[in-house]
Design a protein around this ligand. Structure first.
Ligand code: HEC
Length: 127
C-alpha cells in the first residue's frame, strides 16, 4: 500500500516536471522564432539616430548660438542628446516656421528638416 502511493507520487512528479519543462522549451522556442523574424524583417534598419544624424545638424546649424555656452541671446544649449530630444516639439515647430525660423537666418533644407521629424517618428534613438 505504501509503495503504491509512492509510485503514484513519483509518477505525478514526473508528469508535472515533464509538462512544465516542455512548456518552457516551447516558450523559449517561440521567443527565439519571434526574435529571428524580427531580425529578418526589421521595419526600419536605417532609423535616424542622434549620434549618426542629428548631432551634426545641430553642430552645423544651431550650436553657434545654442552652444554649450549660449550666445546671441539663445535661451538654451542644444549640444547633448537630452537637451535636443527633450525639446523636440519646439525644435520641429521652429525649424519649420518660415516666418520665425530656426536657425534665424532662414529655413534649412527640407531634407534636414524632414530628418529631424523622422528622428521623432523613429523614437528619438540616441544611437
Ligand atoms: C543666430 C543664433 C541662433 C541660431 C543659429 C539658432 N538659434 Fe534657436 N534661438 C536663438 C534665439 C536668440 C532664440 C530666442 C528667441 C526666439 O525664440 O526667437 C532661440 C530660440 C530657439 C528655440 C525656442 C523657441 C520656441 O519657440 O520655443 C528653439 C526650439 C530653437 N531656438 C531651436 C533652434 C534650432 C533647432 C536651431 C538650429 C536648427 C537654432 N535654434 C539655431 C538663436 C539662434
Amino acid at each position: 500500500m505504501k509503495s503504491t502511493k509512492l509510485i503514484y507520487a513519483l509518477a505525478l512528479c514526473l508528469i508535472i516536471f515533464n509538462c512544465s519543462s516542455d512548456s518552457n522549451d516551447d516558450l523559449q522556442e517561440e521567443q527565439e522564432e519571434q526574435e529571428e523574424q524580427q531580425e529578418e524583417m526589421d521595419p526600419n534598419p536605417t532609423a535616424i539616430t542622434y549620434n549618426a544624424d542629428i548631432r551634426s545638424i545641430m553642430t552645423n546649424n544651431c550650436n553657434q548660438c545654442h552652444g554649450s555656452t549660449t550666445t546671441n541671446g539663445a535661451p538654451f544649449s542644444l549640444t547633448t542628446y537630452s537637451q535636443v530630444s527633450g525639446r523636440i516639439d519646439r525644435i520641429i515647430a521652429r525649424t519649420n516656421n518660415a516666418s520665425n525660423p530656426m536657425p534665424r537666418a532662414g529655413l534649412m533644407s527640407i531634407e534636414l528638416r524632414d530628418m529631424i521629424k523622422q528622428w521623432k517618428d523613429d523614437g528619438l534613438l540616441e544611437e
